[in-house]
Design a protein around this ligand. Structure first.
Ligand SMILES: Cc1cc2nc3c(=O)[nH]c(=O)nc-3n(C[C@H](O)[C@H](O)[C@H](O)COP(=O)(O)OP(=O)(O)OC[C@H]3O[C@@H](n4cnc5c(N)ncnc54)[C@H](O)[C@@H]3O)c2cc1C
Ligand code: FES
Length: 297
């Protein structure tokens, strides 16, 4: 699975269209920003200022925090010039983002980083495994792969159903797994007719029990005529566990990595992670890496 660098990035101003809860623990922010909506390709990301612009076009009164926050693309609607991002409030910056309201204008920079082009994905089936706020970027990627004629299957992991970023609905799987045909699936994926299964550490009917590697193992036991590969996105320990299983089964795995960011454009090295070929910047050389390249610390 090779990675591509497209048009942009654009340093521009986006208008807030909507801000709604996404599950019990996150928010979905809808922004109008035609340049970014039309050029972004998953799993690229953008950075957003934590302060809306004031009437005279200057950034808001406070510059604390100064640095913009990186977010992935959940749903892209290039025809409308809009996109959605789902985020969790974890600190000061995201707490401020949660106060943005429709009509606010906010500085953004994107799209940033490399993307996965479906034509470079050799396998017909792609297992998209993730959790937390790693799931939204997998949605836009799943849609892109499906539109290109691939078979994306989403495998999600969470502690409890309430911590998922989307509700679940009963679904008959196109490809049964682990002896199950009917499961609870994530509603946004079901709406796009994409199979998804969920593993919960606190078990419930319709869900796999345990960590994300439980259903992933089941999928990796199956035969795939056109080949199979994995894309992982989520908290680093989860991505590491997925990459470990992929290694054991000799299945190719792309890891979408998160890192603290400064500039977002390759200048400050804040986001560098250790790889087998030295330190590499998540914002420029990533966020997608071959999982075999990552030196887990
Ligand atoms: C490429 C990329 C894409 C991302 N996409 C999303 C997304 O779609 N949705 C989403 O909710 N979050 C996403 N994140 C993480 C998000 O950027 C951080 O949660 C956010 O910047 C935290 O800002 P804060 O000021 O609220 O928290 P801070 O006060 O800066 O930090 C609060 C806590 O969060 C941790 N933290 C902060 N930034 C990161 C980070 N980048 N990675 C891991 N831990 C961090 C800190 O260590 C600290 O414990 C992404 C990060 C990257 C690098
Ligand atoms: S955030 Fe500055 S180099 Fe990546």
């Amino acid at each position: 699975m090779s990675k591509q660098k497209p048009a942009g990035p654009y340093e521009t101003v986006a208008t807030v269209i909507a801000q709604e809860p996404a599950g019990a623990v996150a928010y979905c922010l809808t922004l109008e920003c035609p340049e970014i909506a039309r050029s972004a390709r998953p799993p690229q990301f953008f950075t957003i200022s934590c302060h809306p612009l004031t009437g005279d076009g200057a950034d808001g009164i406070s510059l604390d925090p100064l640095l913009r926050r990186p977010l992935g693309f959940y749903r892209l609607r290039p025809e409308k010039g809009e996109f959605d991002a789902v985020y969790q409030v974890v600190g000061r910056g995201t707490k401020l983002l949660a106060t943005l309201k429709p009509g606010d204008r906010v500085r953004v920079l994107g799209p940033l980083g490399k993307y996965i082009s479906p034509k470079d994905v050799n396998s017909q089936t792609v297992l998209l495994a993730g959790g937390g706020v790693g799931l939204p970027p997998l949605y836009s990627l799943a849609e892109t792969l499906k539109d290109a004629g691939k078979e994306p299957i989403v495998i999600a992991g969470a502690r409890r159903r309430e911590t998922l970023i989307a509700p679940t609905v009963p679904r008959k799987l196109k490809r049964p797994v682990g002896g199950r045909r009917e499961v609870q699936s994530l509603e946004p994926f079901a709406r796009s007719d994409i199979d998804s299964v969920v593993a919960l550490e606190e078990p419930e009917d319709g869900f796999f029990e345990g960590r994300i590697t439980v259903p992933l193992k089941e999928y990796l036991e199956q035969d795939y005529e056109g080949g199979v590969e994995i894309v992982a996105c989520g908290p680093p320990p989860m991505v590491r566990a997925i990459a470990g299983l992929a290694g054991e089964k000799s299945v190719k795995c792309a890891a979408i990595m998160e890192s603290r960011m400064g500039c977002g454009i390759g200048a400050c090295q804040t986001c560098a992670i250790k790889t087998t070929s030295g330190y590499r910047r998540v914002c420029v050389e990533g966020p997608v890496f071959d999982s075999k390249e990552i030196v887990w610390e």
